[in-house]
Design a protein around this ligand. Structure first.
Ligand code: SF4
Ligand code: SF4
Length: 350
């Protein structure tokens, strides 16, 4: 079987928008290491034994990097014809030009964005200087993508803003034919009015599942629903949050060059695999770091999860879905997981 690595590359922490729930706003803005050492990073990752590598170009806003940055990446990747390489970019789309869109399509990049529902739900929390309506801009770009036969995907963050508008949100994504990944807003004292409880999120997931599953003509995929059904039926899931997949194959690289397990920043520097600027990263370094993180996490979550009937595929959920970004803590939304697992199990048994 192919060995797989998913590398999430945070190209910058800078962003042209200023969303109310952004947790990176005051983060470090040093992004020269990524810019200056991208050839080294690509060379090292592509020289590892992983045969199948998925790069996610992330931010901040990754389109603050010029398109020549991505041209260079594609050029380096072509030097490794024996690897199976895929790329995706996670962008707010407000800086996407027609030329950049065509070029990303030509390079075969998947394009994903963030949308919290229709205009009245998205524009409440997402704004930017010089952007009148973030929603309108994203919608226009999504329509341009659809004209080019690019299937749009969006991350939809559930917060107090859209929590009680699940039907409206679902109907919007169906009507626009946009596949979504739903994710809860991680609680933070910076935006107390937007925080939701795990019970609230669990109820929102159930409502969304029922709308989607009950619609035989649905046009869209909603992550994580298919993954949960597969997990419950077959004990395995491809989704990062289940079956320890995150710690089987995810690494992230910060703009300052730090490399860590998972897709997200972590608060414990002992998990750092190395720094792009100073270290050479090998297959062994990555495998050892992931193995150690997996072992310590499994050890630590035993006390929370050992009696759980869903442990066989959930395996503790998302290690970064925690207010402290601690890999050793229980998934803050465990209760929501259990609520939706119970609900889907019940439906599958009928
Ligand atoms: S940290 Fe969470 S969201 Fe990120 S890859 Fe791991 S499971 Fe997925
Ligand atoms: S549902 Fe909760 S208790 Fe059960 S395995 Fe997942 S995180 Fe652990």
């Amino acid at each position: 079987m192919d060995s797989f690595l998913s590398a999430v590359i945070k190209t910058t922490k800078r962003c042209n928008l200023s969303c109310d729930y952004c947790y990176d706003k005051d983060g470090e803005i040093e992004d020269r290491p990524i810019e200056e050492h991208i050839d080294k990073l690509m060379g090292e990752i592509l020289s590892t034994d992983f045969e199948n590598i998925y790069f996610t170009w992330h931010g901040g806003e990754p389109l603050l990097k010029p398109i020549s940055f991505y041209e260079n990446i594609a050029k380096i990747q072509r030097r490794f014809p024996n690897k199976k390489i895929r790329n995706g970019i996670q962008s707010n789309l407000t800086l996407l030009t027609a030329d950049a869109l065509l070029y990303l399509k030509e390079l075969g990049f998947g394009i994903a964005t963030s949308l919290d529902g229709p205009e009245e739900l998205t524009d409440i929390n997402r704004h930017g200087l010089g952007v009148e309506s973030v929603f309108d801009t994203i919608k226009k770009e999504i329509e341009s993508m659809q004209l080019l036969d690019i299937r749009p995907k969006a991350v939809c963050v559930i917060s107090q803003t859209n929590l009680n508008h699940i039907r409206r949100l679902y109907e919007f994504f169906e009507s626009m034919k946009i596949d979504i990944t739903v994710t809860p807003l991680i609680p933070n004292e910076r935006y107390p009015k937007l925080n939701i409880t795990p019970q609230e999120y669990g109820r929102a997931l159930i409502e969304l599942f029922d709308l989607w599953y009950g619609n035989e003509e649905s046009n869209i995929k909603i992550i994580p629903f298919n993954h949960i059904m597969n997990g419950l039926l077959f004990g395995q899931s491809e989704y990062c949050m289940f079956s320890e997949n995150c710690l089987n194959y995810y690494v992230n690289i910060s703009p300052n060059g730090d490399i860590f397990p998972t897709c997200s920043k972590l608060n414990d520097s002992s998990f750092r695999i190395g720094n792009l600027k100073y270290d050479s990263i090998t297959t062994l370094d990555i495998r050892k770091a992931l193995e150690r993180a997996k072992m310590l996490r499994a050890d630590s979550i035993k006390r929370y999860c050992q009696d759980c009937e869903y442990y066989f595929f959930c395996r503790g959920g998302c290690p970064a879905q925690h207010t402290n970004f601690s890999i050793l803590e229980k998934d803050h939304f465990c209760i929501s997981n259990r609520m939706i697992f119970d609900h889907i199990s019940h439906i599958l048994r009928q």
